[in-house]
Write a protein that binds this ligand. Structure first.
Ligand code: PGA
Length: 220
């Protein structure tokens, strides 16, 4: 009977998610679509600024973002941890050190995300607070490209731990044990406060909240 009820859910779900969620969300869409074959999904992936613009223009049904928008009235629900970590190639001189003082990152070659990125903003706030001056060798608008740059020896970077999902990545990239890290953040579901969530959108939100329950410890 439950299966029948589920089968009745149909319609469109327009999702817009922050760049880091794309390492994660598409994988969970498969089981969701099998459960609800009548639901068609479109998924936009963009940076913090892009998500804010999409919320302001009311383009999607549901958003996943890390920093709650400050100037738009939104309803939000905490979803999963999304910590920022310092990534380096495995042969980096700091790779096996413990409790590296954050100041020791000064002078390191660094790969920085693009303006408009929430990751970049968080990194800049932290570096300003501790007077860290890295050498930005390259600015890149893609977490994947930054990972390749790290592997290629262009420098270190600070990215969400979710960007390091595959076993292959972990063979080539290591997380440096730097003081003040990880920077603790979370993903949130967000939608404009005045908006009534569609049945499809709230079904999806409930599904994901349930699906991530076993993962809460894993990303720590
Ligand atoms: P960004 O955000 O793509 O804007 O840097 C990533 C995140 O908040 O996880």
């Amino acid at each position: 009977k439950v299966a029948n009820l589920k089968g009745l859910k149909r319609g469109q779900l327009r999702l817009a998610v922050i760049t880091t969620a794309k390492f994660f969300i598409p994988r969970l869409l498969g089981p969701f679509c099998q459960l609800y074959p009548g639901i068609d999904i479109s998924l936009k992936v963009t940076n913090h600024e892009g998500i804010i613009e999409r919320i302001a223009s009311n383009l999607d049904d549901l958003y996943i973002i890390t920093q709650i928008p400050e100037n738009i009235d939104v309803t939000y629900k905490q979803f999963l941890e999304n910590p920022l970590v310092v990534l380096a190639p495995i042969n980096h001189p700091l790779a096996n050190k413990k409790n590296i003082p954050i100041k020791d990152l000064s002078g390191e070659s660094f790969i920085m995300r693009e303006p408009g990125s929430g990751t970049r903003r968080a990194v800049q706030i932290l570096f300003d607070r501790y007077g860290v001056k890295v050498q930005v060798k390259l600015e890149l608008g893609s977490n994947e490209a930054i990972k390749q740059g790290i592997i290629g020896g262009l420098g270190i970077s600070i990215l969400s731990r979710h960007t390091l999902m595959s076993a292959a990545d972990k063979e080539e990239i290591t997380i440096l044990d730097v003081e003040n890290f990880p920077i603790r953040r979370n993903w949130y579901f967000v939608y404009p406060s005045g908006k009534q969530l569609s049945i499809v959108a709230s079904t999806y939100m409930d599904y994901l909240l349930d699906a991530v329950k076993p993962l809460h410890q894993e990303v720590q």
